[in-house]
Design a protein around this ligand. Structure first.
Ligand SMILES: [Zn+2]
Length: 330
């Protein structure tokens, strides 16, 4: 390496470490879905945020570089009773998959950290299986072939040798086409592939209430991710209100305590509206989280649109650092 290049490299790393040291005070929320060993699960590969080992590393990193806080502290901040004085981190999970209990919970407990789990109440105990997992289950059992999807012009190719890619292609085709309803598309796919019943799978996919209560007793916290994981901005006002109000009531009944945090399903800027936020407030929630990166500095003003950074693709610690630095400009 030439002297000049070396200097440029050192400058660059110096800049990065200075920027890292000067991160502003605020709440940095990190979001996970499934944590565990992505070893041939029949389900949506994109939902695996990282392995258990990587999750343990990330928790250690957050404890070293941030003050890891719990939901109670965020509650005080959104109510204006406290403001963040340095970079604080909040660990969150969406959807309520079983590995949250089997893999993430022991790691969190072992490191003395709390996290918030946003649960879709219809998924608890596998009562309902979300469309993305139902489709992935079929592709897993399909072998090689072509899937015809209503509203999608050309059949989508499925290759047993590339399950992950096949699942991604089909899910993208399903998501990108509004020509038919989700129910029609899922039904059409299910009709084309023979497979064992999903409920006969050896493993459950989602948390059960007993596991949720056990996690709560050990200091983990729970919030609503609605009842059915529909995109709220696509629903009628009455349907939205039910998703927001009833999921809260179910969680409160099962946990025996108030629940005052919600994470919008999907969570992009277009997945909720000002009317959604008003309904969330009226239902008695004190805060709501989105799925767009950024740092939360004024928590009172942002309380119904708290930003979160997505941890995915088994990102390295350097990757987490970059994720945070790029979120500073959002
Ligand atoms: Zn979700």
């Amino acid at each position: 390496m030439s002297k000049r290049l070396l200097q440029a490299f050192l400058d660059l790393t110096g800049v990065v470490s200075r920027r890292w040291k000067r991160r502003p005070a605020g709440v940095y929320c990190f979001n996970f879905h499934r944590v565990g060993n992505d070893d041939g699960s029949a389900f949506h590969p994109n939902l695996f945020s990282c392995t258990g080992a990587r999750f343990a590393e990330i928790v250690q990193f957050l404890q070293r570089e941030f003050e890891v806080i719990d939901l109670e502290r965020v509650r005080r901040m959104v109510c204006g009773e406290e403001s963040p004085r340095h970079p604080c981190a909040l660990i969150t999970f969406d959807d309520g998959y079983l590995e949250n209990y089997e893999v993430a919970f022991p790691i969190l407990r072992g490191s003395g950290c709390s996290a918030v789990f946003f649960v879709t109440t219809n998924f608890v105990e596998d009562v309902e299986i979300p469309w993305w997992d139902r489709i992935a289950w079929k592709i897993w059992h399909m072998g090689d072939g072509q899937l015809r999807i209503p509203g999608v012009e050309r059949p989508v190719t499925v290759a047993a040798a590339d399950l992950e890619g096949s699942i991604r292609r089909v899910l993208r085709a399903v998501k990108d086409n509004a020509g038919a309803s989700m129910a029609e598309k899922v039904q059409a796919i299910e009709g084309q592939v023979e497979s064992p019943d999903l409920h006969s799978a050896q493993r459950r996919l989602f948390l059960g209430w007993e596991q949720i209560r056990k996690m709560r007793r050990a200091g983990m916290e729970f919030g609503s991710h609605t009842k059915s994981h529909e995109i709220l901005s696509h629903l009628t006002a009455e349907f939205q209100r039910r998703e927001i109000v009833e999921s809260k009531a179910i969680l409160e009944r099962e946990l025996g305590e108030p629940v005052d945090a919600l994470a919008y399903p999907v969570g992009g800027f277009r997945s909720y509206t000002p009317a959604t936020q008003a309904m969330v407030r009226q239902a008695g929630y004190r805060m709501a989280f989105i799925f767009e990166p950024g740092i939360n500095r004024d928590l009172v003003a942002q309380r119904y649109e708290l930003r979160r950074m997505s941890v995915d693709r088994n990102v390295s610690i350097d990757g987490v650092r970059r994720l945070v630095l790029s979120a500073l400009h959002k």
